[in-house]
Write a protein that binds this ligand. Sequence first.
Ligand code: AMP
Length: 542
Amino acid sequence: MHGQMMQMPLLISSLLTHAERNHGDREIVSRRVEGDLHRYDYRGLGRRARQMANALKAHGIRHGDRVATLAWNGYRHMELYYAVSGSGAVLHTINPRLHAEQVLWMLEHSGARVLFFDLTFMPLIEQIAARATRIEAFVAMCDRANLPRVSLSKPLVSHDGLIAAHDDDFEWPPLDENTAATLCYTSGTTGNPKGVLYSHRSTVLHSLAAAQRDAFNCSAMDAILPVVPMFHVNAWGLPYVACMVGAKLVFPGPWLDGASLHELIETEGVTLSAGVPTVWQGLLAQVEASGAGFKTMRRTIIGGAACPPPMIAAFQDRHDVTVLHAWGMTELSPLGTVCSPKPGVTVDSAEDQLALQAKQGRAPFGVEMKIVGADGADLPHDGRSAGELLVRGPWVAASYFRRADEGMLRDGWFPTGDIATIDADGYMQITDRSKDLIKSGGEWISSIDLENIAAAHPAVAMAACIAVPHPKWDERPVLVIQRKPEAQVAPEELLALYHGRIARWSIPDQVFFVDAVPVGATGKVLKAELRARFSDPVAAVN
Ligand code: AMP
């Protein structure tokens, strides 16, 4: 027997319609590439998104066509989030920090017909335009006056010009909720990137889960600053969540340095922010140096890489900002877990509290997790047994774009490539990325554990732990350290931190100092690069 309820498809356009009707005058504030601060509201967003939808239609963009962006976080990007997906086309967001050849490869692979870009990326566009064979038109995300006077092989128009040429009389089509909405490629360090094709349904369900109190905890009372880029897994879904709850949105544009972020947080009354640890390092350094605090910001979501406990402590103890440590992946839209409290999980000391928050957290409804050993058998959720983390749920990818025949699932579960423990309360902790694991004398060593210990030293800006080959033990851990500006610390002092805290055999053998730990396009440490550089420790020192 069927239930007798309405069949309303879960559509991205309905998020915008909801925001326009119920939170029409809530603000969206953006620092623009032009250098100024732009402000309008959900009503303005709705109007311009519909105008843009008409412009796309006039260009002949049809259901399922891909429209690409190379853009920072800002209102024009937000307009495309809704105009493109809402009208049934697919928004392909590209990470502009990737190499030009990779950008070109993804454009060819996705077959995008139009490419929107922020003016910052004009040189990149000039570099790739002639070879981007599938692109029919380039759109600079600016007004007509700022349109660059360059000649490309294809037409170049302005975003605002397109909008001005069309009225806002547009009805969002009643799509099937399983229609593709957005496309984002994983930032794989080897091989070609893999595309994850999200649907309207997966996006709306993900937004419902992400907005929850025990997840990102979002409300109409919030002013949200997504520092995590809109080109990286849809800024963790925050552009959708904000419409869903009617929160104010604050976009930083290209200015991600500590001083710019802090100014924006203070002047716009930001209550919640989200980003990777590397970005928060800049912000913390800024507030600690200037002595300024946070008047309104009370929560920050940190994920994308393990959040070092000293960062959690700094935000919470010194600035009264609660850290929500989260784990996710491009393949998971991205939300997998958030470390939020639970009754019955008691912590006796500040140290225990920090140890709990260093965990990546619990699964919201909609994400199922398990860990398996090398033989594929389930491992106990005892907080000690570490195995590969497998997940499934309605916002987890079932296959990669244009690689559906490759079968990425294992018995219906997605193998994440992360190694983790899960405790009896359901808190998951990543111990390693499988390719970053260190196996010494047959025993696994968690690189994240070792990094967290070194990161606690006040002179350390960033710590990375990698395996180097060893004739007797196969592999041994070594530390690569980036010191804070002007700070000094000797290798022995860092190594002393480990004594008495971890098994002797898992203490790193050596410490290497570098000017800057290499970080990839999405803020993750490039361990492969470090391994290549330090795998012959003798050569590395000389
Ligand atoms: P991406 O698809 O680029 O978002 O990368 C996903 C990967 O980032 C995961 O598989 C993890 O290895 C890593 N990651 C994300 N969040 C965390 C976290 N909170 N702690 C540790 N690793 C994380």
